[in-house]
Ligand binder design. Structure first.
Ligand code: GDP
Length: 363
């Protein structure tokens, strides 16, 4: 996978194929963020070969890994987990999305997976740490948010549910990132097999106390179509997807699909797989995924760091504030800084209270 920034521009017409749909994001957020563009980081976790890269490329209609060499089985076993973030800027109707996809190849292949668990967790923590440091710095308004907002966890379609490895790893991840479970290569399963596998995966998630990302409940004044959409999305979890990078002609239309002797599995056909639903979930809940990351996962990390009393970043900020205060005789400047700190403390207290409330609600 190349770490280069690729630019990709989409047409603005929602009717034509190849339209992702994030141009509607402005409805969700403040105008300022629209001008700046959206920053979103998606992590994909799962065994090599489950179709992670193909799915991500299909989702964002762009090849994130143009020069990737697929390693042989023996290479994969030796391979340690390489964390490979790559960023693309996609533009739709003047709205920019800066999407970082963090691929974690090699996961699950090695006999001992301790190292790959560690490096994935470490990657997530490093982004929190960076944010904490930047947030504690003086230029807080222009922070680049590289925190992982969502993690597609790929479950193999070849098994009968979650593997012990999946359970172990999801438990390590669930307090750090929004997990969205995905059943890979859904096209190889019959409808019946698929619904059995979905149920099994959901049951195992519950039995093992794994916390996956919960779509927020709709407000009562929300419009009916939206309520219905959210209801359907909730019922679809775990999303059974299939990806493809090739365009095939079906009844005079070019579609993304996989050709089989008996026909074509169309990626974007809701009757064939949950690809469109997964994309809709991601796009319509991008802001919520960001908020949960900030308000729950990041605050978890931050309060742990504060509790440990080793917040070097916070200390350095205090030092910076102290020296700033010392070097200026301007009382109003001093008051402003104190007010800012006060407001920040209040914000933290509010978030902690929210977290407590959320924790209480969880079974
Ligand atoms: P990754 O290692 O998880 O990133 O997997 P890749 O995206 O490189 O895909 C591995 C292989 O599986 C490739 O040969 C793909 O063509 C194939 N593949 C990817 N997605 C699907 C899918 O949805 N269904 C099927 N049947 N094969 C797929």
């Amino acid at each position: 996978m190349s770490g280069d920034n690729n630019k990709h521009s989409n047409s603005s017409n929602p009717e034509i194929p190849g339209y992702v749909g994030f141009a509607n994001l402005p409805n969700q957020v403040h105008r300022k963020s629209v001008k700046k563009g959206f920053e979103f980081t998606l992590m994909v976790v799962g065994e090599t070969g489950l179709g992670k890269s193909t799915l991500v490329n299909s989702l964002f209609l762009t090849d994130l890994h143009p020069e990737r060499v697929i390693p042989s089985a023996s290479e994969r076993i030796k391979q340690t987990v390489r964390i490979e973030p790559s960023t693309v800027e996609i533009e739709e109707r003047g709205v920019k999305l800066r999407l970082t996809v963090v691929d974690t190849p090699g996961f699950g292949d090695a006999i001992d997976n301790t190292d790959c668990f560690k490096s994935i967790i470490q990657y997530i923590d490093e982004q929190f740490e960076r944010f904490l440091r930047d947030e504690s710095g003086l230029n807080r308004r222009n922070i680049l948010d590289s925190r992982v907002h969502c993690c597609f966890y790929f479950v193999s379609p070849f098994g009968h549910g979650l593997k012990p490895l999946d359970i172990q790893f999801m438990k390590m991840l669930h307090n750090k990132v929004n997990i969205v479970p995905v059943i890979a290569k859904a096209d190889i399963l019959m409808k019946k097999e698929l619904s059995r596998l979905k149920k099994r995966v959901l049951d195992e998630i519950e039995e093992n106390g794994i916390k996956i990302y919960q779509l927020p409940d709709c407000d009562s004044d929300e419009d009916e179509d939206y309520k219905e959409q959210v209801k359907q999305l909730k019922q679809t979890i775990p999303f059974a997807v299939c990806g493809a990078n090739t365009l095939i002609e079906v009844r005079g239309r070019k579609v993304r699909g996989r050709q089989y002797p008996w026909g074509v599995v169309e990626v974007e056909n809701p009757d064939h797989c949950d690809f469109v639903k997964l994309r809709t979930m991601l796009i319509t809940h991008m802001q919520d995924l960001q908020e949960v990351t900030g308000d729950v996962h990041y605050e978890n990390y931050r309060s742990e760091r504060l509790a440990k009393g080793t917040v070097s970043a916070a200390n350095s900020r205090n030092n910076a504030v102290a020296s700033h205060v010392q070097s200026t005789d301007d009382k109003s400047e001093k008051d402003k800084i104190l007010q800012e700190k006060e407001a920040e403390l209040q914000r933290m207290q509010k978030m902690l209270a929210q977290m407590h409330a959320q924790l209480k609600q969880q079974p």
